[in-house]
Design a protein around this ligand. Sequence first.
Ligand SMILES: [Zn+2]
Ligand SMILES: [Zn+2]
Length: 113
Amino acid sequence: MEVRDGLSPVGLGQDGPSVLTVDWSNGHQGRLGVRHLRLACPCAQCVDEWTGEKTLDPDSVPDSVRPISIDPVGLYGIQIEWSDGHSTGIYTYETLGKLCACPDCTPTGETPI
Ligand SMILES: [Zn+2]
Ligand SMILES: [Zn+2]
């Protein structure tokens, strides 16, 4: 889903242990795989700041990784503290929209959850 000006999450929740749900202000019901979200962490420890290359080793992230706490950051994103001890990543609303894996956003059924 493309996040445009003014679109923001109005509610966050979980659907089972591995799916994070995001209710958007336009009524879109987003679903995100939590491990997929963890692997997409955009922070400087997980992505090379200069090349944009991902430096996070997926094997270092347990399959059971879960969000422990989620905090809003300004009016543009959220910060997630993960069960693997990582908490420096800030996910902008735009990123959350891009990673959305709800049936509307993944019509091919290739849900990355
Ligand atoms: Zn990170
Ligand atoms: Zn969606």
